[in-house]
Design a protein around this ligand. Structure first.
Ligand SMILES: Nc1ncnc2c1ncn2[C@@H]1O[C@H](COP(=O)(O)OP(=O)(O)OP(=O)(O)O)[C@@H](O)[C@H]1O
Ligand SMILES: [Mg+2]
Length: 401
C-alpha cells in the first residue's frame, strides 16, 4: 500500500509555497507511476474532514472480468517462468484444471526446442512486447499451435518484474494457411498442365498450319513472274512475315514447355531466356552462373526456370528498368537464383501482398514446393531483387563446381 505524503503546515511565504508545490508535484508523479505499475491498491488522501481512503479494487475487478471473459489465454509469470496467474481459457487450452496450472512452470507446456527459443525473449521482454509462434503441449499429450505475446509488466530494468503472456490459438489460422497453400499449389499445377497443353497445340497444330501456309506462299511467290515486280515483292514480303510468325509461335511454345529444360539443361535455359528477353525488350541482362557438372533435381530446375520467367515478365511489365542481373550461385548446400533490376521498385512491397497478381504468389509457391524460400526486396525508385534459395540433396551439391 502506498500513501502520498503531502502535508506541509505553517504560514506560506512565496518561496515556501513553491517548495510545497514542488513536493506535491513530485508526490503526484510518484503516485501515478506506482498506480500504473500496479504497485498501489489503496490511495489515502488527507482532507479537512480527516483522511479519505480510495481503493483501486473496482478498477482491478473490471480487468479481472475482462481477462476471464477473453477468448485468449492470459498469464503472468515470475522471472523463473512460474505461473502466478492464469485465466480459465489458458487452462482449457492446456486441458488441465486451473489449480494445477497456477504455481506450475510454464516450461512444462513447451517442447525443449520452444523453451530454448522463448527463454531469451522472456528475459529481454520489455513493455513494448514481442510475439512468437510455438506449439503448446497440453496435459493430454495433444498439441496446439499458438502465438504468444510477451510483455513485461513493470518498468524496464526491473529484473524480477513479472511477465504477462497472451496466448492465442492459431489452429484455425494454420488450417487456413494450409488450405491457401494447397490451393496455390493446385493453381501452379493446373497452370503447368495448361501450359503444356497449349504448347502442344501450338506446336502440333498452329506451327504445322503455318508451315503449310509458308510453303504455299513460297510457291505463290515463285509463280509470280519477275516482270510483275510489286506483286512479287508483296508475295515475298508475305512469306517473310509468315516465317517470322512461325518463329514467334515456336518461341512461345518452347517457353511454355518445361521439356525445353530436358533438351538444354538449366544453365542453357537461363541463358536462352535472358538473351531472348534482352533482344525483345532492349534491356541488357548480365548473367552469371555457377558451373553445373550434372543435372539438379528436375523439380528444382523447373522451379528456377519458371521463377526467372515470371521475374523477367514482371521486370518487363512493371519495372521500367535499364539493366537486369541474373545470378545463379551456390551457397553451401543451397542453390540460389537472384534476379535484380534497377527499375522503379514497388510502391510498397508489403502492400503489394494483397494486390491482385498471381506472379509473386506463384513464384513463392514454386520455391516452397521444392523446400525453398523466396525473398522480395524492393527500394522505391532504386529497383527490385527476387531471390530464391533451394536446398539441394548432397549428390546434387557435388555437381556444382
Ligand atoms: N520488378 C518489379 N518492379 C516493380 N514492381 C514490381 C516488380 N515485380 C512486381 N511488381 C509489383 O508487384 C505487383 C505484384 O506482382 P505480380 O507478379 O504478383 O502480379 P502482376 O504482375 O500484377 O500480375 P500477374 O503476374 O498475375 O500477371 C505488381 O502489380 C507490381 O506492382
Ligand atoms: Mg507478374
Amino acid at each position: 500500500m502506498k500513501t502520498p505524503r503531502h502535508k506541509i503546515s505553517g504560514r506560506p511565504t512565496p518561496s515556501r509555497e513553491i517548495a510545497e508545490l514542488r513536493v506535491r508535484a513530485a508526490d503526484a508523479e510518484e503516485t501515478l507511476r506506482a498506480i500504473r505499475a500496479n504497485e498501489v491498491d489503496t490511495v489515502l488522501v488527507a482532507g479537512k474532514r480527516g483522511d479519505q481512503v480510495f481503493t483501486l479494487q473496482g478498477a482491478e475487478h473490471a480487468y479481472r472480468v475482462l481477462i476471464e471473459s477473453m477468448n485468449e489465454g492470459a498469464l503472468t509469470l515470475t522471472a523463473d517462468k512460474v505461473i502466478l496467474y492464469a485465466n480459465q481459457c489458458f487452462a482449457k487450452m492446456v486441458k488441465c484444471p486451473l489449480e494445477q496450472v497456477t504455481g506450475n512452470s510454464f516450461r512444462r507446456f513447451l517442447s525443449a526446442e520452444d523453451r530454448a527459443t522463448l527463454r531469451p525473449l522472456i528475459k529481454r521482454a520489455d513493455q513494448s512486447g514481442t510475439k512468437i509462434q510455438v506449439l503448446l503441449n497440453a496435459c493430454d499429450g495433444s498439441q496446439m499451435p499458438v502465438q504468444i505475446s510477451i510483455r513485461r509488466l513493470a518498468k524496464n530494468g526491473f529484473n524480477h518484474a513479472p511477465v504477462g503472456l497472451v496466448v492465442t490459438d492459431m489452429t484455425e489460422a494454420r488450417r487456413n494457411e494450409e488450405m491457401l497453400r494447397a490451393l496455390t499449389h493446385r493453381v501452379v499445377q493446373v497452370q503447368e498442365a495448361e501450359r503444356g497443353r497449349v504448347a502442344l497445340e501450338l506446336h502440333d497444330d498452329i506451327t504445322q498450319l503455318l508451315c503449310a501456309v509458308l510453303f504455299r506462299s513460297q510457291a505463290l511467290a515463285d509463280k509470280i513472274s519477275a516482270r510483275d515486280g510489286p506483286a512479287k515483292k508483296e508475295a515475298m514480303k508475305l512469306r517473310e512475315m509468315l516465317g517470322q510468325t512461325a518463329k514467334e509461335v515456336e518461341r512461345i511454345s518452347s517457353n511454355l514447355r518445361p521439356s525445353v529444360l530436358d533438351q538444354l539443361g538449366l544453365v542453357a535455359v537461363l541463358r536462352d531466356t535472358s538473351t531472348e528477353f534482352a533482344h525483345r525488350t532492349g534491356v541488357p541482362v548480365k548473367l552469371a552462373c555457377v558451373q553445373l557438372t550434372a543435372r539438379l533435381p528436375a523439380d528444382t530446375e523447373l522451379a528456377l526456370y519458371r521463377i526467372l520467367q515470371e521475374a523477367l515478365k514482371n521486370v518487363e511489365k512493371h519495372a521500367r528498368a535499364r539493366h537486369v542481373a541474373v545470378r545463379l550461385t551456390q551457397q553451401g548446400s543451397f542453390i540460389q537464383l537472384a534476379v535484380t533490376d534497377d527499375g522503379i521498385g514497388f510502391d510498397h512491397p508489403v502492400r503489394q501482398k494483397g494486390k491482385g497478381g498471381l506472379g509473386l504468389l506463384g513464384m513463392r509457391e514454386r520455391a516452397t514446393y521444392v523446400g525453398g524460400t523466396l525473398k522480395v526486396s524492393s527500394v522505391r525508385r532504386a529497383g527490385t531483387e527476387i531471390e530464391v534459395r533451394i536446398p539441394l540433396p548432397s549428390d546434387a551439391t557435388a555437381a556444382i563446381k
